[in-house]
Write a protein that binds this ligand. Structure first.
Ligand SMILES: NC(=O)c1ccc[n+]([C@@H]2O[C@H](COP(=O)([O-])OP(=O)(O)OC[C@H]3O[C@@H](n4cnc5c(N)ncnc54)[C@H](O)[C@@H]3O)[C@@H](O)[C@H]2O)c1
Length: 328
């Protein structure tokens, strides 16, 4: 039986596709390439270029492959863009997401692993954040993910859809052949490495006056391969008859922006200039996961938690492919 990976031409989806295949799974990718790269999908993986909201296409994929589950990554994921253009986010992430669920259910596919986010929690009331923490997003992106969690919960009750919502903290790092290439790039580690490579003048640091060790925001960075592994374990959990649930994915260790820059200076041996600017609205000071549930429920064990190792893996990919997938 095959697994449908939506958004498999994107960063986390392409790494997860590779890992699932290494585990002997049949994988089919659906991606409209709006934000992804054809070159990120390995040769030999059946690839469908189209929208997740295209019911006819999803039904055809179900017919052509014996689907047993879906890992649903496809979404837009820029916080700032979601504030400026909420319609884009609700149409793409929610409206199209609902159509995907409908098409899957009509084909009898009832297992789904969903890419959710720590952005569904909003401003933290306590650190580390566990799954019981109130979910009050501070932007439309976070709301679009929380709406999907809500909708899937209702679909479970009514239509027996079983899902695991994986609430990622900051995905980072790379495999030798698969790395992070967003346009525009807004994630800290690729930006820091771009500065190390001379592609940008300096790294903009938003806010130097937070109530943190050095005044800059603290985040929980998790290696993309560890994230991918959790998707495989979530599929095992659903295939084993596990009920629908939500699980945080992070290392439980927070690093400030300046600590990441310092670690990147050590890894690359390069100068990396920073420019501290005003705070961005809606950026919480700390976002650190309590991921005990992922360990207990899924048996997940992050194997690459070390920040320098995470940055080192990304550095290898960025130095080998300074233009990312554009060279393909
Ligand atoms: N990168 C992170 O740190 C992070 C953190 C939390 C959650 N997430 C979530 O994880 C998922 C993957 O993130 P990523 O960083 O790999 O993003 P990405 O942009 O690299 O990948 C998303 C992929 O989905 C595709 N896509 C988007 N809308 C589509 C549609 N309507 N139909 C078909 N394909 C569509 C894009 O072309 C792209 O290839 C997203 O859902 C994101 O919200 C990411």
């Amino acid at each position: 039986m095959a697994i449908l990976v939506t958004g498999g031409a994107g960063y986390i989806g392409s790494v997860t596709t590779e890992l699932l295949r290494a585990r002997g799974e049949q994988v089919v990718v659906l991606d409209n390439l709006s934000r992804g790269h054809r070159g990120a999908v390995a040769e030999g993986v059946p690839f469908y270029e189209g929208n997740i909201g295209d019911r006819e296409l999803v039904t055809r994929i179900c017919r052509e492959h014996d689907l047993d589950a879906c890992v649903h990554f496809a979404a837009f994921a820029y916080v700032g863009e979601s504030v400026a253009q909420p319609a884009l986010y609700y149409e793409n992430n929610v409206e199209q997401g609902v159509r995907l669920l409908g098409a899957l259910l009509s084909c009898g596919v009832r297992r789904l692993v969903f890419s959710s986010t720590c952005a569904t929690y909003g401003e933290p009331q306590r650190i580390p954040i566990d799954e019981a923490h109130p979910q009050r997003p501070t932007n439309p992106y976070g709301w679009s993910k929380l709406f999907m969690e809500r909708i899937m919960t209702d679909y479970d009750h009514a239509y027996d859809l079983k899902f695991v919502a994986l609430r990622y903290f900051n995905a980072s790092g790379a495999l030798p052949e698969r790395g992070e290439h967003h346009e525009p790039e807004t994630h800290l580690i690729p930006l820091v490495l771009k500065a190390a490579l001379g592609g940008i003048e300096h790294v903009s640091v938003f806010g130097g006056d937070y109530d943190t060790r050095d005044g800059t925001c603290v985040r929980d960075y998790i290696h993309v391969e560890d994230l991918a592994e959790a998707h495989a374990l979530a599929l095992d959990y659903l295939r084993g008859g596990g009920p629908s649930t939500a699980v945080n994915l992070g290392n439980g260790q927070g690093y400030s922006v300046l600590e990441v820059v310092e670690a990147a200076r050590r890894v690359t041996g390069r100068e990396i200039k920073v420019e501290v600017q005003a705070r961005r609205p809606g950026d919480p000071s700390h976002l650190v996961a309590d991921a005990a549930r992922a360990r207990g429920l899924l048996g997940w064990q992050p194997r690459r938690p070390d920040l320098e190792a995470i940055i080192g893996s990304a550095w290898e990919w960025h130095t080998a492919r300074p233009r990312g997938y554009s060279a393909d």
